[in-house]
Design a protein around this ligand. Structure first.
Ligand code: NI
Length: 197
């Protein structure tokens, strides 16, 4: 984080904003190193924390560049999610490591008060840069892999809504906690048991 500048809370684009449907462009290491982009990353993280998101992609705050942030701590929006340390992905590429999938109940800061079931790959290879341009090459699994796919979908101009196969799973957050959360928590436990996260 820059010590001389307070991060700004940015406006989050809501479904219907064209920027959410644009494929973002990749960054060079030189651009990434610029004070302007480094400050932007501070703002992206501050905005994700402020909105209590598990992740936030640059085009969700009106910048069509390939950067997303992820972090899961004790998050009241997603109390059952396994933890993810603060991670910045630049120019990420995801590759499934197998055909295995699981059903994830997703929500999104750009889709107000709506959740739905999305089928996600259970294990992925992630290649990207961190915010300093260092290579990231790691494997992620389970619920964490679902979060990575959701954020990287944003950078491709996709929303979780596009991947909901059964529209009867769509629900408000209140409806989720009232009718769906207990069952979904049991599924999450199985996923975590199987994949370790
Ligand atoms: Ni989202």
């Amino acid at each position: 984080m820059s010590e001389t500048r307070r991060p700004r809370i940015l406006a989050i684009a809501q479904v219907g904003e064209p920027v959410l449907r644009e494929v973002t462009r990749s960054l060079s290491r030189e651009e990434l190193a610029s004070p302007e982009i480094q400050s932007f990353i501070d703002d992206l993280v501050a905005t994700m924390h402020h909105a209590q998101g598990a992740g936030l992609a640059a085009n969700q705050v009106f910048r069509g560049i390939q950067i997303c942030a992820l972090e899961v701590g004790d998050n009241p929006r997603y109390p059952y999610k396994p933890k993810i340390p603060l991670t910045i992905l630049v120019n990420p590429k995801l590759r499934p490591l197998s055909e295995e999938r699981f059903d994830n109940y997703e929500g999104c800061l750009s889709v107000p008060d709506m959740r739905g079931v999305v089928s996600r790959y259970a294990e992925l290879r992630v290649q990207a840069w961190d915010r300093h341009g260092n290579e990231i090459d790691e494997e992620v699994r389970g619920i964490t892999a679902g979060t990575y796919q959701h954020e990287c979908d944003h950078l491709e101009g996709k929303l979780f809504l596009d991947r909901v196969e059964d529209s009867s799973t769509l629900t408000t957050w209140k409806g989720f906690s009232r009718y769906r959360e207990a069952d979904f928590r049991k599924q999450v436990e199985k996923v975590v048991e199987r994949w370790g996260s």
